[in-house]
Design a protein around this ligand. Structure first.
Ligand SMILES: [Zn+2]
Length: 344
């Protein structure tokens, strides 16, 4: 089968590798009908050290179940399903507590095992717990929005939940990538009264406003902190959705949170620590967040998409075939594209 492998920073290839197959009786085999490139894929695209055997890439997909192992109970071949970026059994203590990304039998796609989703097919461990059937056909017009439930919409929602967004509260979203834009959707959906987007690219700002952003801050660092304070009567916001993962973004997040507020961080951290920890201590700011338990949120968010109340699929601005994936990485890395969909 054809699959995407990364060998080094900037060295991404689509190659023929052995077919994905069922290994454990709890596995399913998924034929990928839609995949995409994630902002988090750009971290290794820029920083990865060279490897001999390429790393399989891709952790977001919708596909058709081709086959199931002997112990799979809830899925049948032919079912169209969405795949969260982490697999989970749905039965362990952490799954019951809603932290599916810490499942004791879980793990992440886009790794040597089980493989990546920027491919024609992928092995799905813990299929019963992981996959969620979709009540639509594989070419339904809702496909882009349904695909975001695999990661970015669930991740934006996690940022909003862990930042304790609620009715009447002021929220700020750091980052105008697909996750930040989905964070705006989530903040609005959870009732935030004011939603400040921190970003600077006109097409993304326009989309953020469509999704419900009430204010835009294009400055960075201390100037961004000043601007947000100006917009909140000098107080800061109750909730900060940190959707970048850099030292500067975290510093800004803590700087704009009001005393007693919360930061929900979902940008994969690429810093050891930040000077702002001290500021956050004195202002009693809660720092929360982490890898989103997308599986936990699917039950809540799927009806929102099916019934047309949210349209996170608007973050996709380019559709490519599998062989064009290297060009797709380039386009997202150069910020020519917000998010790229792949049709294998
Ligand atoms: Zn579990």
């Amino acid at each position: 089968m054809r699959a995407t492998l990364m060998y080094n920073a900037g060295d991404i290839r689509v190659e023929t590798i052995p077919d994905a197959r069922i290994v454990e009786p709890t596995d399913a085999l998924l034929r990928v009908t839609r995949a995409c490139i994630c902002g988090s894929d750009l971290w290794p695209y820029n920083l990865m050290e060279p490897v001999e055997r390429g790393r399989p890439m891709g952790h977001e997909a919708i596909g058709v179940v081709e086959a199931v192992g002997a112990d799979v109970r809830t899925l049948k071949p032919g079912a169209l399903v969405v795949m969260p970026f982490a697999y989970s059994d749905g039965t362990c203590v952490f799954c019951h507590e809603g932290v599916h990304t810490s499942c004791v039998n879980g793990g992440f796609f886009g790794s040597p095992e089980p493989g990546g989703a920027q491919a024609e097919a992928v092995r799905i461990p813990q299929a019963d717990g992981t996959l969620v059937p979709l009540p639509v056909g594989p070419d339904d017009a809702l496909m882009p929005s349904l695909l975001t439930l695999s990661d970015v919409m669930g991740t934006g929602h996690h940022a909003a939940v862990t930042a304790r967004v609620g009715p009447g509260r002021a929220a700020a979203v750091i980052g105008d990538g697909a996750v930040g834009l989905c964070g705006v959707i989530a903040a609005r959906r959870l009732g935030a009264e004011q939603i400040i987007i921190l970003g600077r690219r006109p097409d993304r700002i326009a989309l953020a406003k469509d999704f419900g952003a009430t204010d835009v801050v294009s400055e960075r660092g201390d100037e961004a902190v000043e601007r947000v304070r100006d917009l909140t009567h000098g107080l800061g916001v109750h909730s900060v959705l940190e959707c970048v993962g850099t030292d500067q973004a975290m510093g800004t997040a803590i700087g704009i949170a009001r005393p007693g507020g919360a930061v929900g961080r979902v940008g994969v951290p690429h810093y050891e620590t930040t000077d702002a920890w001290v500021t956050g201590f004195y202002s009693n700011v809660t720092i929360s967040g982490g890898p989103a338990p997308v599986r936990a949120y699917l039950d809540e968010l799927l009806p929102e998409v099916l019934e047309g109340r949210i349209e996170p699929g608007r973050v996709f601005d380019r559709v490519i075939g599998l062989d064009e994936v290297p060009a797709g990485y380039r386009a997202m890395n150069e910020r020519e594209s917000i998010k790229v969909m792949v049709k294998p």
